[in-house]
Design a protein around this ligand. Structure first.
Ligand code: NAI
Ligand code: PYR
Length: 327
């Protein structure tokens, strides 16, 4: 008997809802589009790029996997920098921009990517004025602030993806270290997607036990450092380009939480206005995500040193975010 598609070939389709546009059909954008299509939640995933042919080809390729994987979401590719077909998107994921090379910091990308993100944001504001925007281009905290300025959207409708990824890396490292299922591990990272990232060991558990009860302090510190350098570790191994499997999983989950209005609480880069006594800055904190973007920032307990780290991160990114308006 021939292999059946995942849905068993049923002609009954589930209710699909809304449109998500992924800007940038590189490694991050194309894997995000694939994950979003495979969720089978959105009606349409639009993949766009300045390059002609690549998004169209990737869309055709993903669509041809529909009978095998059993999803009904359709992917549309739009090249040449056009936004035709993206109009009225509910969610836009901005992956356009250059990735870093070995030895570069995310901040080394700021001038090049600011020009790209500004141009993309202006097009998004014109074509999808009600969208929730999820920025991933680096340097993340600064590009998120720039996208909000350039779209003019309310701050809760523009957020950045970093904390989900950094948290996932931390969880993976803890699970590997202890030889336990990743599902038994809960971790958290806050702060910036850069040197002032704040992994939060006091909020980490393994099978509901505090991490400090199951792992020695010096090993926890090693994993904190490895998490802070998680992106650079992959860049050094790849030699060209940066990570995209874990990053795309993180961005796709955020987009899904928006369209499903799920209220999921996740670490994201969002506008902080008073929480932790920090104000007026885009920063990595936990937030409840729904159809309107960030419903609210969720303030959790932190130790004194973790709180000091978060405030330090806020000051570091505030200074850079103040400059992005001029880029
Ligand atoms: N926030 C995070 O956690 C992470 C962020 N990143 C960042 O995501 C960005 C993309 O990474 P990759 O996909 O690996 O790079 P890539 O080089 O594979 O793809 C970037 C794509 O953007 C396109 N592009 C450039 N200018 C554009 C414009 N004006 N409009 C539309 N498309 C445009 C390029 O043609 C290219 O296809 C980088 O800035 C990278 O640093 C990557 C991983 C994690
Ligand atoms: C590229 C990047 O930001 C990361 O992998 O963390």
């Amino acid at each position: 008997m021939a292999e059946q598609p995942r849905n068993g070939g049923s002609s009954q389709s589930r209710a699909l809802n809304g449109k998500v546009t992924v800007v940038g059909a590189g490694f991050y954008g194309s894997t995000t589009a694939l994950r979003l299509a495979e969720y089978d939640v959105f009606e349409t995933v639009v993949l766009t790029d300045i390059v002609e042919g690549k998004p169209e080809g990737l869309a055709l390729d993903i669509n041809q996997s529909r009978p095998i994987e059993g999803f009904e979401t359709k992917v549309v590719g739009v090249g040449g920098g056009s936004y035709e077909g993206t109009e009225g998107s509910d969610v836009v994921v901005v992956t356009a921009g250059v990735p870093r090379k070995p030895g570069m910091s995310r901040m080394d990308l700021i001038e090049t990517n600011a020009g790209i993100v500004r141009q993309v944001a202006e097009n998004v504001a014109r074509t999808s004025p009600d969208a929730v925007v999820i920025v991933v281009s680096n340097p993340l905290d600064e590009m998120t602030a720039l996208a909000q300025l350039a779209t003019g959207f309310p701050k809760q409708r523009v957020m950045g993806q970093a904390g989900m990824l950094d948290t996932a890396r931390f969880s993976h490292f803890v699970a590997e270290e202890l030889g336990v299922p990743v599902a038994s591990v809960r971790t958290l990272t806050l702060g910036s997607h850069g040197d002032t990232m704040v992994p939060v060991p006091s909020r980490c558990t393994v099978d509901s036990k505090p991490l400090a009860d199951v792992l020695a302090a010096d090993r926890i510190e090693d994993l904190v450092t490895r998490t802070r350098n998680g992106g650079a570790e992959v860049v050094a191994l790849l030699k060209t380009g940066s990570a995209y499997y874990a990053p795309s999983a993180a961005a796709a989950r955020m987009a899904k939480a928006v369209i499903e209005d799920s209220g999921a609480v996740m670490p994201v880069c969002t506008w902080v206005d008073g929480e932790y006594d920090i104000s007026g800055v885009y920063l990595g904190v936990e937030a409840e995500i729904g159809r309107e973007g960030v419903r609210r920032v969720v303030q959790g307990d932190l130790t004194e040193s973790e709180l000091a780290g978060l405030r330090e991160a806020a000051e570091a990114v505030r200074a850079k975010q103040a400059d992005v308006a001029d880029l």
